[in-house]
Design a protein around this ligand. Structure first.
Ligand SMILES: [Zn+2]
Length: 555
């Protein structure tokens, strides 16, 4: 790496301007490579604003490099090094995550991802590292990218440009050879969005106020004498890995048994419009639509307020990280409930059974209970107690890609089986009450388990069919108050559903009368109208994803 060690070079020290030029080239390469690479990947799908944001991002990087060049003193080498290290660290904050996201998801770092990076607890980070960095291509890329830039230092004076071009070509060829993100693009974030995550604090109070105002305006009535209505929101629950939906491995034995006994209704065509908790929950919990801007939910009627206004006592118990609406704005909606319980210090979802037992002892005649599980989020093996691990070894019917990651699939399946136990126990407890009751379960989104493009996990940047298809099921007690719904269910379970219509489904199930209710959006209503379902902030038509067979990239 050191030009002094070139055997053919004269022993003279390289001059300060030469060092400066080389480092500026290296630094320029490191900073400008990801946006240039993004052009190669997905410029074809750029919209006008994407181009603007992309141009601004490049300009910002070029300015940084220029600043670096100007600040580097000609004589004071120590100060020069200090500036270099500082600039490189700053650049590294963006460059490595950018590259990582680019090759895996075809996107650069945006506000949402930054926010998640800032708040993720240790277990999620461990899970993330385990899922993604065990892939050799990511590791190789992150090592080779700066190493390729280092070639700049191997060529002599006057050949710097050739060195830089060589490094760039080597890195591009390398990337193109194994990039699953190729051909996919997500929205280009604006530079402002990258900073947004760090200035969210002061907006939380305004958010709470908006949500409360919209909630108080939401009129609703209900004439049930007594009611125990339970909504359970799961996490990263794959329909394809659920035996209730035909997976060869029995990951949901309790629910399957209830279904086969005719006690559980299984919805066969449900999807989530977003593939991240942060984006899915606002449209599930409020009347906001997925096609609207992501802040629209704060001005819409929400489920807790609708039910409270109709005379229900509402609980929202939450077992994810952390419980601040600065980071997770949908929590401002959740906290509109009469009782908000943050259980995020509990490791496992079994705690919800105890919480339900306590709620059942509450004297309120009409109850809406919302449980938001930890479910099957990565790190999968941290979602269930080790002693209940059930599946070991290779699952039946795995694809070659899944078989290569059989241990991760095992962990995931065990997490699903644990969730199945929790749901079954919740239904048992509710049934024992012998009241007018229902329990509706659906997760925020699905999860990809190497079904296509060697992809595991979930992200709105890279929606796949497996990560947006969700299981959804409904249990009704014997005394459930609306028999007409029972007769509609055999048709309803076949209708295409998007979880942005959850409030209407819930209002219909609970017999809530409200001007907000739209029968054409309720899957249980004969007036239900099919609409095209679009997934993620890119609004990819679900029908185009559903049956798409994507060749496994890079293998
Ligand atoms: Zn989620």
């Amino acid at each position: 790496m050191n030009p002094q060690s070139e055997p053919s070079a004269p022993p003279a020290r390289e001059s300060a301007p030469d060092i400066r030029r080389r480092w500026t080239l290296f630094f320029g390469y490191v900073l400008c490579f990801p946006p240039l690479l993004q052009l190669l990947f997905g410029a074809g799908q750029f919209s006008g604003s994407d181009w603007l944001n992309w141009g601004l991002s490049l300009l910002f990087r070029v300015l940084l490099v220029s600043l670096f060049f100007l600040c580097l003193p000609r004589k004071n080498v120590v100060a020069g090094w200090a500036v270099m290290i500082l600039c490189s660290l700053t650049a590294g904050l963006f460059v490595l995550p950018d590259l990582y996201l680019l090759v895996n998801f075809g996107a650069l770092l945006d506000g949402e991802t930054l926010r998640l990076m800032a708040i993720a607890p240790a277990s999620e980070i461990r899970g993330f590292l385990r899922l993604f960095f065990c892939r050799w291509n990511t590791l190789v890329l992150l090592l080779l990218f700066p190493a390729a830039g280092g070639l700049i230092f191997r060529v002599k004076k006057h050949k710097i440009l050739w060195g830089a071009l060589g490094a760039l070509t080597a890195a591009v060829l390398l990337l193109l050879s194994f990039t699953p993100g190729r051909g996919r693009t997500a929205r280009q974030p604006s530079p402002g969005e990258r900073l947004e995550a760090f200035f969210a604090e002061r907006r939380a109070a305004a958010l709470r106020l908006d949500v409360a105002e919209a909630g108080l305006r939401a009129k609703a009535r209900n004439s049930d004498r007594e009611a125990l209505y339970i909504l359970v929101i799961g996490e990263s629950h794959s329909r394809r890995r659920s035996s209730l939906y035909g997976c060869a491995r029995d990951t949901t034995p309790g629910l399957k048994k209830l279904f086969e006994a005719g006690k559980l209704h299984r919805f066969d065509d449900a999807v989530s419009p977003h593939v991240m908790t942060l984006l899915a929950l606002p449209v599930m919990l409020t009347l906001a639509e997925a096609a609207e801007p992501k802040t629209a939910f704060r001005h819409k009627a929400n489920i807790p307020d609708l039910f409270r206004n109709a005379g229900f006592k509402v609980w929202y118990a939450y077992n994810q990280f952390p419980d601040s609406e600065n980071e997770l704005p949908f929590l401002a909606v959740a906290k509109r409930s009469d009782v908000f319980l943050s259980l995020h210090k509990e490791r496992f979802d079994g705690v919800f059974v105890d919480v339900l037992d306590k709620i059942l002892r509450d004297p309120a005649p009409r109850k809406l209970v919302i449980f938001h599980l930890r479910g099957a989020h990565w790190a999968y093996r941290e979602n269930f107690p080790p002693e209940v691990r059930f599946f070991t070894g290779k699952a039946p019917g795995l694809s070659p890609e899944q078989a290569r990651h059989a241990e991760i699939v095992d962990d995931y399946d065990n997490a699903l089986r644990y969730t199945d136990g929790v749901l079954t126990r919740l239904i048992e407890r509710a049934a024992a009450e012998k009241k007018n009751a229902f329990l509706l379960y659906l997760p925020d989104h699905g999860e990809a388990l190497y079904e296509e493009e060697a992809f595991v996990g979930h992200t709105d940047l890279f929606p796949t069919a497996a990560s947006c298809e969700i299981p959804m099921m409904l249990w009704l007690s014997e005394k459930y108050a609306r028999p007409a719904i029972r007769s509609e269910l055999p048709e309803a379970v076949k209708r295409p559903f998007s979880s942005e219509d959850l409030p209407h489904l819930l209002m219909e199930l609970a017999g809530l009368e409200s001007p907000c209710f739209r029968p054409e959006r309720s899957i249980l209503n004969q007036a239900y109208e099919k609409r095209p379902r679009r997934i993620s902030t890119r609004a990819v038509p679900y029908d185009s994803m559903k049956n798409k067979s994507v060749p496994t990239a890079g293998r």
